[in-house]
Design a protein around this ligand. Structure first.
Ligand code: BMA
Length: 294
């Protein structure tokens, strides 16, 4: 029997905390997209101040662990669908352009919205990706599959997949993965960051929510050509909330990821702890290989 794969926390977590210096990020910084650009690691994080409006800030690092932040948010509410905030960015680079799915939150509910950028700082809105529907946890695959863009999204309680020619009109919606009642991901599940391409399939770090109201992270592998097919899914969780930053926070018992990066010998998965701070944990490619081949 092989041991389950687990994520190992960076010893000096958290890597980003709220800043007293800036009103817009004084309360919480969490659920960041993290991506490499020009040899640096960019973290685009959801920030909240006392007004509880979510804005997106940017912090930059040379090593992925020590971040310097920009003074002002790089993306703020800009229309009536975003009146209560822009939340949980997930960023994918395709052919030199960065695409960001984010949750637009307003009196209309929550919508999946899309923006693009060439430099991760200046963003241009493209529109709402799935209109007239409460939806979130959208993430774009890093490249077309069989000629079409592919996304995961979430119609509760499942992770859904959808396809598009232009990133704005999405069709062929199907369930890709469902909660497993009674298990750690028993009530509802949602995608994490962009899936990583491996020889054995698309590696997906996703979140699950359960009867005990705990958000944990898990691991699944989707077919390379037809990612609606789940090749493998670990029974055991790979990260559960531990310690004050994750068990308390603004919302207790939450680890929630919107992105990670591939390193030479593994994957660094960034996650929000307790909807309050940013943390990182890693897994080696050797461990992932065991999961893929088991
Ligand atoms: C989910 C998302 C996340 C959040 C989580 C826990 O529904 O909206 O932004 O981290 O709840 O509160």
């Amino acid at each position: 029997m092989t041991l389950p794969v687990t994520l190992t926390r960076y010893a000096e977590n958290p890597v980003l905390v709220p800043s007293m210096h800036n009103a817009w990020e004084s309360d919480n910084v969490f659920n960041a997209a993290v991506i490499r650009h020009n040899g640096l690691v960019y973290m685009l994080y959801r920030a909240q101040g006392r007004d509880r409006i979510s804005r997106i800030g940017c912090a930059i690092s040379t090593d992925g662990y020590h971040f310097n932040r920009l003074e002002n948010p790089v993306f703020v509410p800009g229309n009536e669908y975003e009146a209560f905030g822009v939340e949980d960015p997930r960023i994918t680079e395709i052919d030199g352009t960065f695409y960001m799915f984010y949750t637009a939150y307003s009196m209309h509910g929550v919508r999946i919205a899309l923006a693009r950028s060439q430099n991760l700082i200046d963003w241009e809105r493209m529109g709402i990706a799935i209109p007239d529907e409460d939806n979130k946890d959208a993430v774009l695959f890093p490249g077309k599959i069989n000629g079409r863009y592919v996304m995961f999204h979430r119609r509760p309680p499942d992770i859904w997949i959808a396809y598009s020619d232009d990133l704005l009109h999405w069709t062929d919606h199907q369930i890709a993965m469902s909660p497993r009642p009674g298990m750690w991901d028993g009530v509802r599940i949602g995608a994490g960051g962009p899936p990583f391409k491996t020889e054995g399939g698309w590696l997906s770090f996703y979140h699950g929510y359960n009867e005990d109201r705990v958000y944990c992270l898990g691991l699944a592998l989707h077919d390379l050509d037809d990612p609606v097919k789940v090749i493998k899914r670990q029974d055991e969780l790979i990260l559960s909330p531990r310690g004050p930053y994750e068990e308390w926070g603004d919302i207790p018992n939450v680890v929630f990821t919107c992105g990670g990066i591939e390193t030479e010998d593994g994957y660094d998965i960034y996650y929000g702890g307790g909807d309050h701070v940013m943390c990182v944990a890693s897994v080696s490619k050797a461990d992932i290989q065991v999961f893929v081949q088991s």
